[in-house]
Design a protein around this ligand. Structure first.
Ligand SMILES: Nc1ncnc2c1ncn2[C@@H]1O[C@H](COP(=O)(O)OP(=O)(O)OP(=O)(O)O)[C@@H](O)[C@H]1O
Ligand SMILES: [Mg+2]
Length: 266
């Protein structure tokens, strides 16, 4: 379960004759249990892509489908972690994480177990009864991630989920996500500005052009990861030092730099 497909997707905001073309001719398939990262210049339409899969927005042309069904609304099998945390400020950490489980009709005892496990995983055990404003930005972001993970969704949609974290926490979360993803693979669409993060986490990396966003190039990381045995290294910095990693990263950097260079002066 969880295959995502963009077919000739376009998105224009505003009146069709003078609107903003955010996306153009997007064709992208994410296989069941595949981890695909999207990188691209700011404003190229990454968040828009994710919102189309989430069912928060709809294409102006073409179709977005999940498991062969055109996306027409949000659904519990697709969990989203936003660029902003989007926690309910009047609810505790525990209650924030619990909402989705309640909506799915999970029994109280099971909710307690699953939330306990995820709080442990995220290092948030002692903050269950805290309110979001009492937490640092990094901790709030962890709560937002916990809220999505706890649902054990078929499809996980993540929009720069680690963007607000400090460098150390970010590395811990990246390693944890890799561990989770390898142990219990999910279909993941992951947006990031950070090229190294994309290469470290993803099976494939889709590089977008500057606005109006198109898919410029798709890099197959999984085959290199496998051939070079990246998963045998425990730490992210060891992987990042490998020649095969550096090669992939540099290629993506160059591709993105071309997009920046091509941008008209403001
Ligand atoms: N609801 C909206 N109404 C009008 N324009 C919008 C709307 N949402 C997005 N846009 C426009 O669509 C384009 C793509 O926006 P989007 O947020 O998808 O970019 P992004 O790649 O996620 O950028 P960033 O890296 O800065 O997060 C931008 O020009 C943006 O102004
Ligand atoms: Mg965005």
């Amino acid at each position: 379960m969880g295959r995502i497909s963009f077919d000739d997707v376009g998105r224009v905001f505003g009146p069709s004759n003078k609107g903003v073309v955010a996306l153009q001719d997007i064709n992208l398939g994410v296989e069941d249990r595949e981890f695909v990262a999207i990188v691209g210049p700011s404003g190229c339409g990454k968040t828009t892509c994710l919102r189309l899969v989430a069912g928060f927005d709809f294409p102006s042309s073409g179709t977005v489908s999940v498991d062969g069904k055109t996306v027409r609304s949000p659904g519990p099998e697709r969990a989203v972690v936003f660029q902003q945390f989007a926690l309910f400020p009047w609810k505790t950490v525990y209650d924030n994480i619990e909402i989705g489980l309640r909506n799915q009709g999970v029994a109280r005892e099971q909710r307690r177990e699953r939330i306990g496990a995820i709080l442990d995983l995220m290092g948030l055990q002692s903050y269950a009864e805290s309110f979001p404003h009492q937490l640092s930005g990094g901790m709030q972001q962890r709560v937002a991630i916990a809220r999505a993970y706890v649902l054990d969704p078929d499809v996980l949609l993540m929009d720069e989920p680690f963007g607000a974290l400090d460098a150390q926490t970010r590395v811990v979360m990246q390693e944890e996500l890799v561990r989770l993803a390898r142990k219990n693979p999910r279909t993941v669409l992951f947006i990031t500005h950070a090229v190294e993060e994309a290469v470290y986490l993803a099976d494939r990396v889709a590089i977008m052009t500057r606005a109006p966003g198109r898919i410029k190039e798709i890099m197959d990381v999984a085959s290199v990861r496998k051939a070079e045995n990246w998963d045998s290294y425990e730490r992210i910095e060891e992987v990042m030092d490998l020649e095969s990693f550096v090669h992939m990263r540099t290629h993506i950097w160059r591709s993105l730099r071309e997009e920046k260079a091509a941008q008209p002066a403001e």
